[in-house]
Ligand binder design. Structure first.
Ligand code: NAD
Length: 329
Protein backbone atom coordinates (compact mmCIF):
# COMPACT_ATOMS: atom_id res chain seq x y z
CA UNK A 1 0.00 0.00 0.00
CA UNK A 2 1.20 3.51 -0.79
CA UNK A 3 -0.06 6.66 0.93
CA UNK A 4 0.48 10.26 -0.04
CA UNK A 5 0.33 12.64 2.91
CA UNK A 6 0.26 16.32 2.00
CA UNK A 7 1.38 18.80 4.63
CA UNK A 8 3.12 15.96 6.45
CA UNK A 9 5.76 18.29 7.90
CA UNK A 10 3.16 20.42 9.70
CA UNK A 11 1.71 19.99 13.17
CA UNK A 12 -1.07 17.44 12.57
CA UNK A 13 0.30 15.86 9.38
CA UNK A 14 3.64 15.06 11.02
CA UNK A 15 1.87 13.52 14.00
CA UNK A 16 -0.08 11.31 11.61
CA UNK A 17 3.09 10.28 9.74
CA UNK A 18 5.02 9.55 12.95
CA UNK A 19 2.12 7.39 14.17
CA UNK A 20 1.81 5.63 10.84
CA UNK A 21 5.51 4.76 10.66
CA UNK A 22 5.62 3.78 14.34
CA UNK A 23 3.02 1.10 13.66
CA UNK A 24 0.13 2.77 15.50
CA UNK A 25 -2.26 1.83 12.67
CA UNK A 26 -1.91 -1.95 12.08
CA UNK A 27 -3.95 -1.98 8.86
CA UNK A 28 -1.41 0.40 7.30
CA UNK A 29 1.61 -1.18 9.00
CA UNK A 30 3.50 -1.90 5.79
CA UNK A 31 2.47 1.21 3.91
CA UNK A 32 4.98 3.28 1.99
CA UNK A 33 4.46 6.92 2.94
CA UNK A 34 5.18 9.81 0.61
CA UNK A 35 5.09 13.21 2.30
CA UNK A 36 4.55 16.18 0.02
CA UNK A 37 5.20 19.45 1.79
CA UNK A 38 6.19 22.89 0.58
CA UNK A 39 7.90 23.69 3.88
CA UNK A 40 6.28 27.08 4.29
CA UNK A 41 7.13 28.98 7.48
CA UNK A 42 4.78 26.47 9.23
CA UNK A 43 6.36 23.33 7.78
CA UNK A 44 9.40 21.83 9.43
CA UNK A 45 11.33 18.74 8.42
CA UNK A 46 12.50 18.42 12.03
CA UNK A 47 8.93 17.33 12.85
CA UNK A 48 9.68 14.09 10.99
CA UNK A 49 13.11 13.56 12.57
CA UNK A 50 11.95 10.64 14.77
CA UNK A 51 11.02 8.67 11.62
CA UNK A 52 13.44 10.21 9.11
CA UNK A 53 15.52 7.02 8.81
CA UNK A 54 12.51 4.81 8.19
CA UNK A 55 12.92 3.26 4.71
CA UNK A 56 9.16 3.43 4.16
CA UNK A 57 9.23 7.25 4.26
CA UNK A 58 9.91 9.40 1.22
CA UNK A 59 9.93 13.15 1.75
CA UNK A 60 9.32 15.45 -1.20
CA UNK A 61 9.59 19.18 -0.86
CA UNK A 62 7.04 20.62 -3.26
CA UNK A 63 3.81 22.50 -3.76
CA UNK A 64 0.36 20.89 -4.02
CA UNK A 65 -0.36 23.49 -6.73
CA UNK A 66 2.37 21.95 -8.94
CA UNK A 67 0.24 19.77 -11.22
CA UNK A 68 3.14 17.98 -12.87
CA UNK A 69 4.76 17.06 -9.55
CA UNK A 70 1.49 15.99 -7.97
CA UNK A 71 0.59 13.85 -10.99
CA UNK A 72 3.96 12.10 -10.91
CA UNK A 73 3.75 11.43 -7.15
CA UNK A 74 0.27 9.95 -7.37
CA UNK A 75 1.29 7.05 -9.60
CA UNK A 76 0.51 3.86 -7.66
CA UNK A 77 -0.91 5.71 -4.65
CA UNK A 78 -3.83 3.99 -2.90
CA UNK A 79 -4.74 6.60 -0.29
CA UNK A 80 -4.31 10.38 -0.11
CA UNK A 81 -4.53 12.11 3.27
CA UNK A 82 -4.65 15.81 2.54
CA UNK A 83 -3.51 18.07 5.39
CA UNK A 84 -1.60 20.76 3.46
CA UNK A 85 -3.10 24.20 3.99
CA UNK A 86 -2.43 27.71 5.09
CA UNK A 87 -3.86 27.30 8.56
CA UNK A 88 -3.56 30.42 10.70
CA UNK A 89 -6.69 32.59 10.95
CA UNK A 90 -4.82 35.74 12.00
CA UNK A 91 -2.59 35.55 8.92
CA UNK A 92 -5.66 35.14 6.69
CA UNK A 93 -6.99 38.42 8.07
CA UNK A 94 -3.85 40.36 7.14
CA UNK A 95 -3.56 38.67 3.71
CA UNK A 96 -5.76 35.96 2.19
CA UNK A 97 -4.15 35.31 -1.23
CA UNK A 98 -1.98 32.38 -0.13
CA UNK A 99 -5.03 30.85 1.57
CA UNK A 100 -7.02 30.80 -1.65
CA UNK A 101 -4.08 29.56 -3.71
CA UNK A 102 -3.08 26.66 -1.44
CA UNK A 103 -6.36 25.74 0.16
CA UNK A 104 -8.64 26.08 -2.87
CA UNK A 105 -6.46 25.86 -6.00
CA UNK A 106 -4.00 23.38 -4.48
CA UNK A 107 -6.81 21.10 -3.32
CA UNK A 108 -8.35 21.26 -6.78
CA UNK A 109 -5.05 20.20 -8.37
CA UNK A 110 -4.81 17.27 -5.97
CA UNK A 111 -8.40 16.15 -6.52
CA UNK A 112 -8.04 16.20 -10.30
CA UNK A 113 -4.73 14.31 -10.18
CA UNK A 114 -6.19 11.79 -7.70
CA UNK A 115 -9.09 11.21 -10.07
CA UNK A 116 -6.74 10.58 -13.00
CA UNK A 117 -4.57 8.26 -10.87
CA UNK A 118 -7.70 6.37 -9.70
CA UNK A 119 -6.73 6.48 -6.02
CA UNK A 120 -8.79 4.26 -3.74
CA UNK A 121 -9.48 6.84 -1.01
CA UNK A 122 -9.00 10.60 -0.66
CA UNK A 123 -9.31 11.92 2.89
CA UNK A 124 -9.75 15.69 2.89
CA UNK A 125 -8.87 17.15 6.28
CA UNK A 126 -11.26 20.04 6.78
CA UNK A 127 -12.18 21.94 9.93
CA UNK A 128 -15.16 22.74 12.16
CA UNK A 129 -14.55 26.41 11.31
CA UNK A 130 -16.30 25.92 7.95
CA UNK A 131 -19.64 25.90 9.82
CA UNK A 132 -19.21 29.43 11.19
CA UNK A 133 -20.14 30.17 14.79
CA UNK A 134 -22.86 28.61 16.98
CA UNK A 135 -24.39 30.08 20.16
CA UNK A 136 -25.66 26.80 21.58
CA UNK A 137 -25.96 23.17 20.52
CA UNK A 138 -23.62 21.45 18.06
CA UNK A 139 -23.42 21.20 14.27
CA UNK A 140 -24.32 17.95 12.53
CA UNK A 141 -22.45 17.17 9.29
CA UNK A 142 -25.31 18.34 7.06
CA UNK A 143 -25.42 21.82 8.59
CA UNK A 144 -25.10 24.85 6.32
CA UNK A 145 -21.54 26.16 5.86
CA UNK A 146 -21.19 29.80 6.95
CA UNK A 147 -17.44 30.42 7.27
CA UNK A 148 -16.51 33.82 8.65
CA UNK A 149 -12.74 34.22 8.23
CA UNK A 150 -10.78 34.12 4.97
CA UNK A 151 -9.09 30.97 6.37
CA UNK A 152 -12.36 29.16 6.99
CA UNK A 153 -13.87 30.42 3.73
CA UNK A 154 -10.90 29.01 1.78
CA UNK A 155 -11.19 25.75 3.74
CA UNK A 156 -14.92 25.65 2.94
CA UNK A 157 -14.06 26.13 -0.74
CA UNK A 158 -11.73 23.13 -0.65
CA UNK A 159 -14.23 21.12 1.40
CA UNK A 160 -16.97 21.73 -1.19
CA UNK A 161 -14.63 20.93 -4.09
CA UNK A 162 -13.77 17.63 -2.41
CA UNK A 163 -17.48 16.88 -2.04
CA UNK A 164 -18.09 17.86 -5.67
CA UNK A 165 -15.36 15.52 -6.94
CA UNK A 166 -17.25 12.70 -5.31
CA UNK A 167 -20.67 13.78 -6.56
CA UNK A 168 -19.55 14.62 -10.09
CA UNK A 169 -16.79 12.14 -10.77
CA UNK A 170 -17.28 9.41 -8.16
CA UNK A 171 -13.84 10.04 -6.60
CA UNK A 172 -13.90 8.15 -3.26
CA UNK A 173 -13.59 11.23 -1.07
CA UNK A 174 -14.19 11.43 2.68
CA UNK A 175 -14.17 14.75 4.48
CA UNK A 176 -13.29 15.22 8.15
CA UNK A 177 -14.18 18.36 10.11
CA UNK A 178 -12.31 18.55 13.38
CA UNK A 179 -12.28 20.92 16.33
CA UNK A 180 -9.22 22.74 17.77
CA UNK A 181 -6.15 20.54 18.12
CA UNK A 182 -3.38 20.81 20.67
CA UNK A 183 -0.26 18.80 21.43
CA UNK A 184 3.49 18.68 20.72
CA UNK A 185 5.07 20.16 17.57
CA UNK A 186 2.37 22.83 17.11
CA UNK A 187 3.81 25.97 15.56
CA UNK A 188 4.23 28.60 18.30
CA UNK A 189 1.95 31.21 16.69
CA UNK A 190 -1.15 29.18 17.64
CA UNK A 191 -2.74 30.09 20.95
CA UNK A 192 -1.63 27.23 23.21
CA UNK A 193 2.04 26.98 22.17
CA UNK A 194 2.22 30.78 21.95
CA UNK A 195 0.95 31.09 25.52
CA UNK A 196 3.09 28.21 26.83
CA UNK A 197 6.31 29.54 25.29
CA UNK A 198 5.60 33.15 26.28
CA UNK A 199 5.03 32.08 29.88
CA UNK A 200 8.19 29.96 29.88
CA UNK A 201 10.07 33.10 28.83
CA UNK A 202 8.41 35.18 31.57
CA UNK A 203 6.35 37.11 29.00
CA UNK A 204 2.66 38.01 29.22
CA UNK A 205 0.05 36.29 27.07
CA UNK A 206 -2.28 38.31 24.79
CA UNK A 207 -5.92 37.41 25.45
CA UNK A 208 -8.38 38.50 22.74
CA UNK A 209 -11.45 40.61 23.69
CA UNK A 210 -13.47 39.43 26.69
CA UNK A 211 -11.85 35.98 26.56
CA UNK A 212 -15.23 34.29 26.32
CA UNK A 213 -14.87 32.70 22.88
CA UNK A 214 -15.40 28.95 23.21
CA UNK A 215 -13.38 26.21 21.50
CA UNK A 216 -13.45 22.42 21.78
CA UNK A 217 -9.88 21.23 22.51
CA UNK A 218 -8.93 17.86 21.13
CA UNK A 219 -5.52 16.21 21.46
CA UNK A 220 -3.82 15.80 18.08
CA UNK A 221 -3.50 12.03 18.59
CA UNK A 222 -7.28 11.74 18.92
CA UNK A 223 -7.73 13.73 15.72
CA UNK A 224 -5.27 11.45 13.90
CA UNK A 225 -7.02 8.39 15.27
CA UNK A 226 -10.28 9.74 13.77
CA UNK A 227 -8.62 10.44 10.43
CA UNK A 228 -7.21 6.91 10.33
CA UNK A 229 -10.64 5.38 11.01
CA UNK A 230 -12.01 7.42 8.12
CA UNK A 231 -9.08 6.44 5.87
CA UNK A 232 -9.68 2.75 6.63
CA UNK A 233 -13.45 2.51 6.83
CA UNK A 234 -15.11 5.85 6.03
CA UNK A 235 -17.82 5.63 3.38
CA UNK A 236 -17.02 7.42 0.12
CA UNK A 237 -18.81 10.76 -0.18
CA UNK A 238 -19.39 11.07 3.57
CA UNK A 239 -18.43 13.83 5.95
CA UNK A 240 -17.30 13.01 9.50
CA UNK A 241 -17.12 15.55 12.31
CA UNK A 242 -14.31 14.84 14.78
CA UNK A 243 -14.63 16.35 18.24
CA UNK A 244 -15.27 15.27 21.77
CA UNK A 245 -12.48 17.14 23.46
CA UNK A 246 -13.11 19.74 26.13
CA UNK A 247 -15.12 22.91 25.51
CA UNK A 248 -13.47 25.89 27.17
CA UNK A 249 -13.60 29.65 26.90
CA UNK A 250 -10.22 31.19 26.09
CA UNK A 251 -10.30 32.59 29.63
CA UNK A 252 -10.75 29.11 31.11
CA UNK A 253 -8.02 27.76 28.84
CA UNK A 254 -5.67 30.48 30.07
CA UNK A 255 -6.57 29.83 33.71
CA UNK A 256 -5.83 26.11 33.33
CA UNK A 257 -2.49 26.86 31.73
CA UNK A 258 -1.54 29.41 34.39
CA UNK A 259 -2.40 26.86 37.09
CA UNK A 260 -0.27 24.23 35.34
CA UNK A 261 2.69 26.62 35.35
CA UNK A 262 2.02 27.93 38.86
CA UNK A 263 1.45 31.48 37.57
CA UNK A 264 -1.37 33.97 38.06
CA UNK A 265 -3.60 36.33 36.07
CA UNK A 266 -0.99 39.12 36.22
CA UNK A 267 0.65 37.34 33.25
CA UNK A 268 -2.38 38.10 31.05
CA UNK A 269 -2.48 41.11 28.73
CA UNK A 270 -6.00 41.74 27.33
CA UNK A 271 -5.80 42.85 23.67
CA UNK A 272 -8.28 44.13 21.08
CA UNK A 273 -10.43 41.29 19.78
CA UNK A 274 -9.64 39.50 16.51
CA UNK A 275 -11.72 40.88 13.61
CA UNK A 276 -14.79 38.73 12.97
CA UNK A 277 -13.86 36.46 15.88
CA UNK A 278 -16.18 33.44 15.92
CA UNK A 279 -17.83 33.10 19.32
CA UNK A 280 -18.17 29.37 19.64
CA UNK A 281 -17.49 26.19 17.68
CA UNK A 282 -19.07 22.88 18.54
CA UNK A 283 -19.38 19.77 16.39
CA UNK A 284 -21.76 16.90 16.91
CA UNK A 285 -19.47 13.92 16.39
CA UNK A 286 -21.92 11.08 17.04
CA UNK A 287 -21.69 9.85 13.44
CA UNK A 288 -18.01 8.87 13.61
CA UNK A 289 -18.58 7.30 17.03
CA UNK A 290 -21.53 5.21 15.88
CA UNK A 291 -20.25 4.30 12.43
CA UNK A 292 -16.53 3.90 12.93
CA UNK A 293 -16.09 3.38 16.68
CA UNK A 294 -14.17 6.61 17.27
CA UNK A 295 -13.42 7.41 20.87
CA UNK A 296 -11.17 10.27 22.05
CA UNK A 297 -8.69 8.94 24.59
CA UNK A 298 -6.62 11.83 25.93
CA UNK A 299 -8.28 13.78 28.75
CA UNK A 300 -7.51 17.49 28.63
CA UNK A 301 -5.70 17.70 31.96
CA UNK A 302 -3.23 14.97 31.03
CA UNK A 303 -2.87 16.24 27.46
CA UNK A 304 -2.17 19.79 28.61
CA UNK A 305 0.38 18.63 31.20
CA UNK A 306 2.19 16.50 28.60
CA UNK A 307 2.13 19.33 26.08
CA UNK A 308 3.60 21.81 28.58
CA UNK A 309 6.28 19.27 29.43
CA UNK A 310 7.08 18.76 25.74
CA UNK A 311 7.58 22.50 25.16
CA UNK A 312 9.71 22.69 28.31
CA UNK A 313 11.90 19.84 27.03
CA UNK A 314 12.10 21.05 23.43
CA UNK A 315 13.17 24.67 23.55
CA UNK A 316 15.60 23.95 20.70
CA UNK A 317 12.62 23.13 18.50
CA UNK A 318 10.46 26.18 19.19
CA UNK A 319 12.89 29.03 19.81
CA UNK A 320 14.00 29.39 16.17
CA UNK A 321 10.39 29.02 15.00
CA UNK A 322 9.23 31.96 17.12
CA UNK A 323 11.87 34.10 15.44
CA UNK A 324 10.81 32.76 12.02
CA UNK A 325 7.16 33.46 12.81
CA UNK A 326 7.90 37.09 13.63
CA UNK A 327 10.02 37.46 10.48
CA UNK A 328 7.28 36.14 8.15
CA UNK A 329 4.47 38.42 9.37
P1 NAD B 1 0.18 23.56 9.86
O1 NAD B 1 0.14 24.98 9.41
O2 NAD B 1 0.95 23.21 11.08
O3 NAD B 1 0.76 22.66 8.68
C1 NAD B 1 0.44 22.87 7.32
C2 NAD B 1 1.50 22.17 6.49
O4 NAD B 1 1.14 22.34 5.10
C3 NAD B 1 2.89 22.79 6.65
O5 NAD B 1 3.85 21.75 6.81
C4 NAD B 1 3.12 23.53 5.35
O6 NAD B 1 4.49 23.60 4.96
C5 NAD B 1 2.29 22.70 4.37
N1 NAD B 1 1.87 23.47 3.20
C6 NAD B 1 1.31 24.71 3.18
N2 NAD B 1 1.08 25.09 1.91
C7 NAD B 1 1.49 24.07 1.11
C8 NAD B 1 1.49 23.86 -0.30
N3 NAD B 1 1.02 24.79 -1.13
N4 NAD B 1 1.97 22.70 -0.78
C9 NAD B 1 2.44 21.73 0.07
N5 NAD B 1 2.48 21.88 1.41
C10 NAD B 1 1.99 23.03 1.93
O7 NAD B 1 -1.33 23.10 9.98
P2 NAD B 1 -2.01 22.03 10.94
O8 NAD B 1 -2.46 22.69 12.17
O9 NAD B 1 -1.14 20.84 11.01
O10 NAD B 1 -3.32 21.69 10.10
C11 NAD B 1 -3.32 20.63 9.13
C12 NAD B 1 -4.69 20.55 8.49
O11 NAD B 1 -5.68 20.30 9.47
C13 NAD B 1 -5.11 21.84 7.78
O12 NAD B 1 -5.75 21.49 6.58
C14 NAD B 1 -6.08 22.49 8.76
O13 NAD B 1 -7.03 23.28 8.09
C15 NAD B 1 -6.71 21.26 9.39
N6 NAD B 1 -7.24 21.45 10.77
C16 NAD B 1 -6.42 22.00 11.73
C17 NAD B 1 -6.91 22.13 13.03
C18 NAD B 1 -6.03 22.68 14.14
O14 NAD B 1 -6.52 22.89 15.26
N7 NAD B 1 -4.74 22.90 13.92
C19 NAD B 1 -8.22 21.75 13.32
C20 NAD B 1 -9.01 21.21 12.32
C21 NAD B 1 -8.51 21.06 11.04
Amino acid sequence: MRILVTGGAGFIGSHYVRQLLDGAYPDFADAEVIVLDKLTYAGNEANLKPVAENPRLKFVRGDICDRELVTSLLVGVDVVVHFAAESHVDRSITGSDAFVVTNVVGTNVLLQAALEAEVGKFVHVSTDEVYGSIESGSWPEDHLLEPNSPYSAAKAGSDLLARAYHRTHGLPVCITRCSNNYGPYQFPEKVLPLFITNLMDGRKVPLYGDGLNVRDWLHVSDHCQGIQLVAESGRAGEIYNIGGGTELTNKELTERLLAELDLDWSMVQPVVDRKGHDRRYSVDHRKIVQELGYEPKVDFETGLRDTVRWYRDNRDWWEPLKARSAATR
